[in-house]
Design a protein. Structure first.
Length: 584
């Protein structure tokens, strides 16, 4: 008996309701299926990851099952690019397969997905669900720094309050689409799924604010926005909108084809509040669970000892040692401990074997070449002859130095907020922090006796931010997210913990800044991913962006509205970017 084939992420709000309504026996198909069964209709929900990440790939993968029609579903405001839909239409025409396209601008699932959200890169979490993910993440980051901030200050939105929105329950959307799909006269058309009578963005954001405990205010003036509202706007710019400008007649036509009452599609205030509350509870539970697990990462690490230039040191392994994928080797910043990585290790450990260690240099002052030898020693001891390198801050320069020594080992390299600073080169690109740190390094190198005074300057406790400016976090104009989370206070100050550490740190920085990591960039032919936090106050975002353009196989991905410690603040997003990159 022919079966309907559904290709969707298991956590997609549409997966369960579509399975319930498709012709029995329907199933979720995977690339491993090859048991000779035949298919009827193919349903592809945009946002699916893995081997069938695009509809044309999905069609190719299941074509052997005898698919007779294709239904392409685009949920949550992720309206497809003209190219993607055009490619699918062309592929269906080549195979003589009829096609329907369903567009669901504002989808709300009765039960939210069961994984930590990374909205900028989860295509099925665009639109309204993506907006809620971004909002949740911003509120969480702010609460770590100033729990009462939004009790004092509203959060501004640039969307016009009178914009039309059409929130629809996932199970109702599934009912409309499957009913339309039973009619053979509905092919070669785009069907809009949602209530006929729209709500306004102002009405919806009022309910969102009540559910999430924040006052949301619409504004047209970008200049009047406070720093956190600007950060929110930056992050939302990555997402597809969830407003709908299509006329009511398009939505009415879908109901007429389905034979369903439009009045039963509209969500009243109680229903909308209930569904928003479900999403908010799932987000909070998911994030809390991940945050609670992260500190326990250190108790699960497997320790090994290796020696480099006669000096023994410890490296750690985490994650899935049985994974068939190449290990991820994490390259930490000079002088720093491992605290910054704990959330990212937790997010990546289920899928990857991970190797990490603290760079030597708390007493001695090894140079970049010494750190590269340490990396060689770690890999040799761990028996790793192929890996992906992930470098943060000073880590990218180390990755490139290692690649010059052993060019066949790194399958790819991921650079996160990397420093490519070179002594006396393009000083206009330096951040205020880099200028201050440069002055500190020179002074301590020339006058070691000054280390104590400079150590106290860089470890002030009076509200001084890392770029040397001072602000009162309770002021409405304060950028609460400009510095590191208070949970990282001790880690951030570690290079300045005592005079000997500072002297060693200053010496390592002086050597680091003398090394031109871009001198043979054109000869590096492994894939490189540059992930740049656009509001990095520590390392120059512009210099990092320019460095990316020097490599023949590099890709630069901006992370809007985030700073230097984005790996700690937004680990789900960074983990997903890394997973997607190394998978390809």
């Amino acid at each position: 008996m022919p079966r309907s084939v559904l290709i969707a992420e298991a956590h997609s709000p549409l997966a369960a309701p579509l399975l319930d309504l498709l012709d029995d026996p329907s199933r979720v198909w995977s690339a491993a299926d090859d048991d000779g069964w035949t298919a009827g209709g193919l349903w592809f929900v945009a946002g699916t990851e893995g081997c069938c990440a695009a509809p044309v790939e999905a069609l190719t993968a299941v074509r052997r099952t005898g698919v007779t029609e294709v239904n392409y579903v685009v949920p949550s405001g992720n309206l497809p690019g003209a190219g993607e839909e055009r490619e699918l239409r062309a592929a269906c025409a080549r195979e003589s397969l009829p096609l329907r396209v369903f567009l669901v601008p504002t989808l709300l699932g009765a039960a939210a997905p069961r994984r930590s959200p990374a909205p900028e890169r989860s295509r099925d979490r665009g639109g309204l669900l993506g907006f809620l993910d971004v909002l949740h993440a911003l509120l969480l980051e702010t609460a770590e720094r100033d729990p009462d901030h939004f009790a004092r200050v509203p959060l501004g939105l640039l969307d016009p309050p009178d914009a039309q929105v059409r929130p629809v329950a996932a199970e109702r959307a599934a009912a409309l689409m499957t009913a339309v799909a039973r009619r053979p006269d509905t092919f070669a058309a785009r069907h809009f799924v949602g209530p006929v009578s729209p709500s306004t963005a102002g009405e919806l954001t009022r309910l969102i604010g009540e559910v999430y405990g924040v006052r949301l205010e619409h504004t047209h003036d970008t200049g009047a926005q406070d720093p956190l509202s600007r950060r929110l706007a930056d992050r939302l710019a990555m997402l597809a909108p969830y407003s709908s400008e299509k006329p009511a007649a398009d939505y009415l036509r879908t109901h007429e084809l389905a034979g369903l009452d439009p009045e039963e599609t509209a969500l009243d205030e109680v229903g909308l509040r209930t569904r928003l509350s479900v999403v908010a509870r799932e987000q909070l539970a998911s994030t809390r669970a991940a945050r609670d697990r992260a500190p326990r990462v250190w108790s699960t690490l497997r320790e090994s000892v290796c020696a480099s230039a006669g000096a023994p040191f410890t490296f750690h392994e985490a994650g899935d040692t049985t994974s068939k994928t190449a290990p991820l080797v994490l390259l930490n910043a000079l002088g720093q401990g491992l605290d910054f990585w704990e959330r990212l290790i937790e997010a990546l450990g289920a899928d990857h074997r991970i190797v990490i260690w603290e760079p030597r240099g708390h007493v001695e002052a090894p140079g970049l070449a010494d750190h590269a030898r340490d990396l060689c020693a770690v890999l040799d001891t761990a028996g790793i002859d192929s890996c992906h390198l992930v470098g943060w801050c000073t880590g990218p320069k180390l990755a490139l130095e290692f690649h010059r020594r052993r060019p066949g080992v790194a399958r790819s390299m991921v650079f996160l907020n990397g420093s490519f600073r070179l002594t006396d080169a393009e000083p206009d690109l330096d951040t205020a922090y880099e200028r201050n740190l440069g002055h500190l390094s020179r002074t301590v190198s020339q006058h070691p006796e000054s280390a104590g005074m400079l150590m106290r300057m860089f470890t002030s406790q009076d509200g001084t931010t890392q770029d040397g400016t001072s602000q009162d976090a309770t002021e409405p104009t304060a950028d609460v997210l400009s510095g590191a989370s208070p949970l990282l206070d001790r880690a951030v100050r570690r290079p300045f913990a005592d005079e000997q550490r500072l002297i060693s740190y200053a010496s390592q920085l002086a050597d680091f800044w003398r090394q031109d990591a871009l001198r043979d960039a054109e000869q590096v032919h492994v894939p490189l991913l540059f992930i740049g936090a656009e509001r990095d106050d520590i390392v120059s975002p512009e210099r990092f962006r320019r460095a990316a353009s020097r490599f023949p196989r590099s890709r630069y991905v901006p992370v809007s509205g985030s700073g230097h410690y984005v790996l700690f603040d937004r680990p789900e997003l960074i983990a997903q970017l890394i997973r997607d990159f190394v998978r390809t």
